[in-house]
Design a binder for this molecule. Structure first.
Ligand code: MRU
Length: 350
Protein backbone atom coordinates (compact mmCIF):
# COMPACT_ATOMS: atom_id res chain seq x y z
CA UNK A 1 0.00 0.00 0.00
CA UNK A 2 1.23 3.50 -0.71
CA UNK A 3 1.56 6.21 1.98
CA UNK A 4 3.36 3.68 4.24
CA UNK A 5 7.16 3.76 4.01
CA UNK A 6 8.47 3.78 7.58
CA UNK A 7 9.57 0.85 9.77
CA UNK A 8 11.06 1.87 13.12
CA UNK A 9 11.71 -1.63 14.57
CA UNK A 10 13.87 -3.95 12.50
CA UNK A 11 15.49 -7.34 13.11
CA UNK A 12 18.47 -7.56 10.74
CA UNK A 13 21.50 -9.88 10.79
CA UNK A 14 20.47 -11.21 14.18
CA UNK A 15 20.37 -7.68 15.64
CA UNK A 16 17.55 -5.47 16.93
CA UNK A 17 17.63 -2.00 15.38
CA UNK A 18 15.42 0.78 16.76
CA UNK A 19 15.07 4.10 14.99
CA UNK A 20 15.89 6.61 17.75
CA UNK A 21 12.65 8.59 18.02
CA UNK A 22 14.22 11.12 20.40
CA UNK A 23 16.31 12.47 17.53
CA UNK A 24 13.59 12.75 14.89
CA UNK A 25 13.06 14.68 12.70
CA UNK A 26 16.57 16.17 12.68
CA UNK A 27 18.46 12.86 12.59
CA UNK A 28 17.61 9.32 11.51
CA UNK A 29 19.88 7.10 13.58
CA UNK A 30 19.34 3.51 14.72
CA UNK A 31 20.10 2.29 18.21
CA UNK A 32 21.46 -1.28 18.17
CA UNK A 33 20.31 -3.36 21.15
CA UNK A 34 22.66 -6.15 22.19
CA UNK A 35 21.27 -7.08 25.61
CA UNK A 36 17.99 -6.96 27.46
CA UNK A 37 19.06 -4.06 29.70
CA UNK A 38 19.62 -2.01 26.54
CA UNK A 39 16.15 -2.93 25.29
CA UNK A 40 14.54 -1.95 28.63
CA UNK A 41 16.48 1.36 28.59
CA UNK A 42 15.36 2.05 25.02
CA UNK A 43 11.72 1.62 26.08
CA UNK A 44 12.08 3.62 29.33
CA UNK A 45 13.97 6.47 27.67
CA UNK A 46 11.63 6.74 24.66
CA UNK A 47 14.03 5.60 21.92
CA UNK A 48 10.98 3.55 20.98
CA UNK A 49 7.51 4.56 22.16
CA UNK A 50 3.87 3.93 21.35
CA UNK A 51 1.90 1.06 22.87
CA UNK A 52 2.19 -1.64 20.16
CA UNK A 53 5.80 -0.67 19.36
CA UNK A 54 7.00 -1.22 22.91
CA UNK A 55 5.27 -4.63 23.03
CA UNK A 56 6.98 -5.72 19.81
CA UNK A 57 10.33 -4.37 21.04
CA UNK A 58 10.01 -6.32 24.29
CA UNK A 59 9.31 -9.50 22.30
CA UNK A 60 12.52 -9.01 20.30
CA UNK A 61 14.29 -8.19 23.58
CA UNK A 62 13.34 -11.66 24.78
CA UNK A 63 14.84 -13.19 21.65
CA UNK A 64 18.15 -11.58 22.65
CA UNK A 65 17.65 -12.62 26.28
CA UNK A 66 16.95 -16.23 25.26
CA UNK A 67 20.11 -16.41 23.15
CA UNK A 68 22.28 -15.01 25.95
CA UNK A 69 20.74 -17.08 28.77
CA UNK A 70 20.99 -20.30 26.74
CA UNK A 71 24.66 -19.58 25.94
CA UNK A 72 25.32 -19.04 29.67
CA UNK A 73 23.49 -22.08 31.02
CA UNK A 74 21.78 -24.53 28.66
CA UNK A 75 20.06 -26.44 31.45
CA UNK A 76 18.62 -23.48 33.38
CA UNK A 77 17.96 -20.73 30.80
CA UNK A 78 14.18 -21.04 31.19
CA UNK A 79 14.60 -20.17 34.86
CA UNK A 80 17.29 -17.49 34.59
CA UNK A 81 15.37 -15.61 31.87
CA UNK A 82 12.70 -14.73 34.48
CA UNK A 83 14.87 -11.74 35.53
CA UNK A 84 14.77 -10.43 31.94
CA UNK A 85 10.99 -10.74 31.77
CA UNK A 86 10.74 -8.77 35.01
CA UNK A 87 13.20 -6.10 33.85
CA UNK A 88 11.22 -5.46 30.66
CA UNK A 89 7.93 -5.40 32.57
CA UNK A 90 9.27 -2.55 34.72
CA UNK A 91 10.22 -0.35 31.76
CA UNK A 92 6.88 1.51 31.36
CA UNK A 93 3.60 0.99 33.25
CA UNK A 94 0.59 2.18 31.22
CA UNK A 95 0.55 0.55 27.77
CA UNK A 96 -0.79 -2.97 28.27
CA UNK A 97 0.71 -4.19 24.96
CA UNK A 98 4.05 -4.44 26.77
CA UNK A 99 2.66 -6.93 29.32
CA UNK A 100 0.62 -8.70 26.65
CA UNK A 101 3.77 -9.37 24.58
CA UNK A 102 5.82 -10.38 27.63
CA UNK A 103 3.14 -12.86 28.72
CA UNK A 104 2.95 -14.32 25.23
CA UNK A 105 6.73 -14.84 25.15
CA UNK A 106 6.65 -16.22 28.72
CA UNK A 107 4.08 -18.84 27.63
CA UNK A 108 6.22 -19.85 24.67
CA UNK A 109 9.38 -20.08 26.80
CA UNK A 110 7.66 -22.31 29.35
CA UNK A 111 6.55 -24.73 26.63
CA UNK A 112 9.90 -25.08 24.81
CA UNK A 113 11.83 -28.35 25.18
CA UNK A 114 14.58 -28.17 27.82
CA UNK A 115 18.23 -27.96 26.70
CA UNK A 116 17.30 -27.19 23.07
CA UNK A 117 18.48 -23.93 21.45
CA UNK A 118 15.42 -21.60 21.69
CA UNK A 119 16.68 -18.92 19.28
CA UNK A 120 14.63 -19.89 16.22
CA UNK A 121 11.38 -20.42 18.13
CA UNK A 122 11.72 -17.12 20.03
CA UNK A 123 12.50 -15.19 16.87
CA UNK A 124 9.59 -16.76 14.99
CA UNK A 125 7.19 -15.70 17.77
CA UNK A 126 8.52 -12.13 17.94
CA UNK A 127 8.27 -11.82 14.16
CA UNK A 128 4.72 -13.19 14.25
CA UNK A 129 3.74 -10.60 16.88
CA UNK A 130 5.30 -7.93 14.64
CA UNK A 131 3.58 -9.15 11.45
CA UNK A 132 0.21 -9.59 13.16
CA UNK A 133 0.39 -6.02 14.44
CA UNK A 134 0.88 -4.65 10.93
CA UNK A 135 -1.97 -6.81 9.62
CA UNK A 136 -4.25 -5.63 12.47
CA UNK A 137 -3.39 -2.02 11.64
CA UNK A 138 -4.22 -2.50 7.98
CA UNK A 139 -7.54 -4.10 8.89
CA UNK A 140 -8.35 -1.29 11.34
CA UNK A 141 -7.41 1.18 8.63
CA UNK A 142 -10.18 -0.22 6.44
CA UNK A 143 -12.75 -0.47 9.23
CA UNK A 144 -12.03 3.03 10.51
CA UNK A 145 -11.88 4.68 7.10
CA UNK A 146 -15.31 3.22 6.31
CA UNK A 147 -16.78 5.36 9.12
CA UNK A 148 -15.48 8.60 7.60
CA UNK A 149 -17.59 10.62 5.18
CA UNK A 150 -15.95 12.19 2.11
CA UNK A 151 -14.63 15.76 2.56
CA UNK A 152 -13.73 15.22 6.21
CA UNK A 153 -11.00 16.96 8.13
CA UNK A 154 -9.35 15.08 10.99
CA UNK A 155 -7.57 16.09 14.17
CA UNK A 156 -5.11 13.62 15.69
CA UNK A 157 -2.99 13.62 18.84
CA UNK A 158 0.41 12.20 19.80
CA UNK A 159 1.92 9.75 17.29
CA UNK A 160 0.01 6.61 16.42
CA UNK A 161 1.70 5.76 13.14
CA UNK A 162 4.35 3.40 11.86
CA UNK A 163 6.68 4.79 14.53
CA UNK A 164 4.29 3.81 17.34
CA UNK A 165 3.47 0.33 16.01
CA UNK A 166 4.94 -2.49 13.93
CA UNK A 167 4.03 -0.41 10.89
CA UNK A 168 1.12 1.46 9.22
CA UNK A 169 -0.27 2.72 12.53
CA UNK A 170 -3.53 2.66 14.48
CA UNK A 171 -5.24 6.06 14.27
CA UNK A 172 -2.69 7.18 11.70
CA UNK A 173 -3.42 3.95 9.80
CA UNK A 174 -7.08 4.99 9.56
CA UNK A 175 -5.96 8.43 8.42
CA UNK A 176 -3.59 6.86 5.83
CA UNK A 177 -6.38 4.65 4.50
CA UNK A 178 -9.00 7.43 4.47
CA UNK A 179 -6.50 9.68 2.66
CA UNK A 180 -5.80 6.93 0.11
CA UNK A 181 -9.59 6.63 -0.32
CA UNK A 182 -9.70 10.40 -1.02
CA UNK A 183 -12.01 11.13 1.91
CA UNK A 184 -9.71 13.48 3.79
CA UNK A 185 -9.49 17.20 3.07
CA UNK A 186 -7.07 18.04 5.87
CA UNK A 187 -5.13 16.41 8.71
CA UNK A 188 -4.46 18.53 11.80
CA UNK A 189 -1.86 17.22 14.25
CA UNK A 190 -1.42 18.81 17.64
CA UNK A 191 2.07 19.22 18.94
CA UNK A 192 1.55 16.99 22.03
CA UNK A 193 3.57 18.54 24.77
CA UNK A 194 5.95 17.86 26.37
CA UNK A 195 7.54 15.20 24.13
CA UNK A 196 6.18 16.76 20.94
CA UNK A 197 5.21 13.45 19.37
CA UNK A 198 2.77 15.34 17.12
CA UNK A 199 5.15 18.09 16.01
CA UNK A 200 8.20 15.85 15.63
CA UNK A 201 6.92 12.37 14.80
CA UNK A 202 3.42 12.54 13.28
CA UNK A 203 4.41 15.54 11.17
CA UNK A 204 7.62 13.76 10.04
CA UNK A 205 5.79 10.53 9.23
CA UNK A 206 3.10 12.28 7.20
CA UNK A 207 5.64 14.41 5.33
CA UNK A 208 7.65 11.24 4.52
CA UNK A 209 4.53 9.58 3.15
CA UNK A 210 3.35 12.69 1.31
CA UNK A 211 0.15 13.25 3.29
CA UNK A 212 -0.33 17.00 3.89
CA UNK A 213 -0.41 17.90 7.60
CA UNK A 214 -1.16 21.09 9.51
CA UNK A 215 0.25 21.54 13.01
CA UNK A 216 -1.66 23.24 15.85
CA UNK A 217 -0.85 23.91 19.49
CA UNK A 218 -3.06 21.86 21.82
CA UNK A 219 -4.77 25.04 22.98
CA UNK A 220 -6.07 25.68 19.45
CA UNK A 221 -8.22 22.53 19.35
CA UNK A 222 -11.33 24.17 20.88
CA UNK A 223 -11.22 27.09 18.47
CA UNK A 224 -10.67 24.71 15.53
CA UNK A 225 -13.74 22.70 16.51
CA UNK A 226 -15.83 25.82 17.17
CA UNK A 227 -15.19 26.86 13.55
CA UNK A 228 -16.38 23.41 12.40
CA UNK A 229 -13.04 22.82 10.71
CA UNK A 230 -12.80 19.15 11.83
CA UNK A 231 -15.35 16.35 11.61
CA UNK A 232 -13.41 13.63 13.46
CA UNK A 233 -10.88 13.39 16.25
CA UNK A 234 -9.02 10.09 15.71
CA UNK A 235 -6.46 8.75 18.14
CA UNK A 236 -4.92 5.61 19.58
CA UNK A 237 -4.85 4.03 23.02
CA UNK A 238 -2.36 2.69 25.53
CA UNK A 239 -4.92 0.63 27.45
CA UNK A 240 -8.67 0.12 27.06
CA UNK A 241 -10.54 -1.42 29.98
CA UNK A 242 -13.48 -3.86 29.96
CA UNK A 243 -16.06 -1.03 30.00
CA UNK A 244 -14.46 0.85 27.07
CA UNK A 245 -12.61 3.54 29.05
CA UNK A 246 -9.41 4.58 27.27
CA UNK A 247 -5.99 5.57 28.65
CA UNK A 248 -4.04 7.51 26.05
CA UNK A 249 -1.54 10.35 25.79
CA UNK A 250 -2.20 13.25 28.17
CA UNK A 251 -4.56 15.67 26.44
CA UNK A 252 -6.81 12.96 24.98
CA UNK A 253 -9.48 13.52 27.65
CA UNK A 254 -9.57 17.27 26.95
CA UNK A 255 -10.06 16.55 23.23
CA UNK A 256 -12.91 14.14 24.01
CA UNK A 257 -14.70 16.73 26.16
CA UNK A 258 -14.20 19.38 23.46
CA UNK A 259 -15.37 17.05 20.71
CA UNK A 260 -18.59 16.17 22.52
CA UNK A 261 -19.29 19.86 23.26
CA UNK A 262 -18.82 20.82 19.61
CA UNK A 263 -20.56 17.79 18.03
CA UNK A 264 -17.30 16.42 16.57
CA UNK A 265 -17.04 12.61 16.31
CA UNK A 266 -14.40 10.85 18.44
CA UNK A 267 -12.75 7.59 17.27
CA UNK A 268 -10.24 5.43 19.17
CA UNK A 269 -8.24 2.94 17.10
CA UNK A 270 -6.37 0.13 18.87
CA UNK A 271 -5.63 -3.57 18.35
CA UNK A 272 -7.05 -6.09 20.81
CA UNK A 273 -3.54 -6.37 22.33
CA UNK A 274 -4.31 -2.91 23.83
CA UNK A 275 -7.50 -4.13 25.52
CA UNK A 276 -7.25 -5.17 29.15
CA UNK A 277 -10.41 -7.10 30.05
CA UNK A 278 -8.93 -7.76 33.52
CA UNK A 279 -9.53 -4.15 34.54
CA UNK A 280 -13.13 -3.08 35.12
CA UNK A 281 -12.67 0.61 34.40
CA UNK A 282 -10.15 3.32 33.61
CA UNK A 283 -9.85 4.17 37.32
CA UNK A 284 -7.76 0.98 37.68
CA UNK A 285 -5.17 1.87 35.01
CA UNK A 286 -1.68 2.74 36.32
CA UNK A 287 -0.83 6.16 34.91
CA UNK A 288 2.86 6.82 34.26
CA UNK A 289 4.34 9.92 35.93
CA UNK A 290 7.54 11.17 34.30
CA UNK A 291 10.22 13.56 35.51
CA UNK A 292 9.60 17.26 36.16
CA UNK A 293 12.48 18.21 33.88
CA UNK A 294 10.37 17.20 30.85
CA UNK A 295 8.22 20.28 31.56
CA UNK A 296 10.76 22.58 33.15
CA UNK A 297 13.15 22.29 30.20
CA UNK A 298 12.80 22.59 26.44
CA UNK A 299 15.39 20.95 24.18
CA UNK A 300 17.72 20.52 27.15
CA UNK A 301 17.52 24.25 28.04
CA UNK A 302 15.92 25.39 31.28
CA UNK A 303 12.61 27.11 30.46
CA UNK A 304 10.83 27.67 33.78
CA UNK A 305 12.45 29.67 36.58
CA UNK A 306 14.27 27.87 39.39
CA UNK A 307 11.95 27.01 42.28
CA UNK A 308 9.00 25.99 40.09
CA UNK A 309 7.55 22.50 40.43
CA UNK A 310 5.91 20.47 37.66
CA UNK A 311 3.20 17.78 37.60
CA UNK A 312 3.76 15.45 34.66
CA UNK A 313 1.23 12.61 34.19
CA UNK A 314 1.86 11.40 30.64
CA UNK A 315 -1.48 9.66 30.08
CA UNK A 316 -5.08 10.41 30.99
CA UNK A 317 -8.30 8.41 30.95
CA UNK A 318 -11.25 9.17 28.67
CA UNK A 319 -14.56 7.67 29.80
CA UNK A 320 -16.33 5.39 27.33
CA UNK A 321 -19.34 7.71 27.34
CA UNK A 322 -17.34 10.33 25.40
CA UNK A 323 -16.25 7.87 22.67
CA UNK A 324 -18.27 7.37 19.48
CA UNK A 325 -16.35 4.38 18.13
CA UNK A 326 -13.55 2.02 19.20
CA UNK A 327 -12.03 0.37 16.13
CA UNK A 328 -10.14 -2.91 16.60
CA UNK A 329 -9.04 -5.58 14.12
CA UNK A 330 -12.00 -7.68 15.29
CA UNK A 331 -14.56 -5.01 14.51
CA UNK A 332 -16.00 -1.62 15.46
CA UNK A 333 -17.69 -0.95 18.80
CA UNK A 334 -19.91 2.13 18.67
CA UNK A 335 -20.87 3.84 21.93
CA UNK A 336 -18.78 1.32 23.86
CA UNK A 337 -19.87 -0.33 27.08
CA UNK A 338 -18.97 -3.52 28.95
CA UNK A 339 -21.33 -5.80 27.05
CA UNK A 340 -20.31 -4.57 23.60
CA UNK A 341 -16.60 -4.79 24.47
CA UNK A 342 -17.05 -8.38 25.65
CA UNK A 343 -18.98 -9.34 22.51
CA UNK A 344 -16.24 -7.83 20.31
CA UNK A 345 -13.46 -9.63 22.22
CA UNK A 346 -15.28 -12.94 21.78
CA UNK A 347 -15.28 -12.57 17.97
CA UNK A 348 -12.48 -13.93 15.85
CA UNK A 349 -10.65 -11.46 13.59
CA UNK A 350 -13.08 -10.00 11.03
O1 MRU B 1 4.41 8.21 25.64
P1 MRU B 1 4.19 7.56 24.30
O2 MRU B 1 4.71 8.39 23.15
O3 MRU B 1 4.64 6.13 24.26
O4 MRU B 1 2.61 7.54 24.14
C1 MRU B 1 2.04 6.95 23.00
C2 MRU B 1 0.61 7.22 22.90
O5 MRU B 1 -0.04 7.68 23.81
C3 MRU B 1 -0.06 6.79 21.65
O6 MRU B 1 -1.08 7.68 21.31
C4 MRU B 1 -0.63 5.39 21.91
O7 MRU B 1 0.40 4.52 22.33
C5 MRU B 1 -1.26 4.82 20.74
S1 MRU B 1 -0.02 4.38 19.61
C6 MRU B 1 -0.53 3.37 18.45
Amino acid sequence: MSFDSIRAIRWENNRLLLLDQRLLPQQQIDVVCTDVAGVADAIRNMVVRGAPAIGITAAYGLVIAGQLRFAQDKARWQTTIAADLELLAKSRPTAVNLFWAIERMRGLIAGLPAQQDPAAALLAEAQLIHRDDIAANQRMGQLGAALIQPDSAILTHCNTGSLATGGFGTALGVIRQAYADKKVTKVFADETRPWMQGARLTAWELVQDKIPVTLIVEGAAAFLMKQQRVQWVILGADRITANGDVANKIGTYSLAVLARHHGVKFMVVAPTSTIDMQLASGADIPIEMRGEEELLQLGGQRLAPQGVQAWNPVFDVTPATLIDAIVTERGVVTEPDRQKMLAMMQKSDS
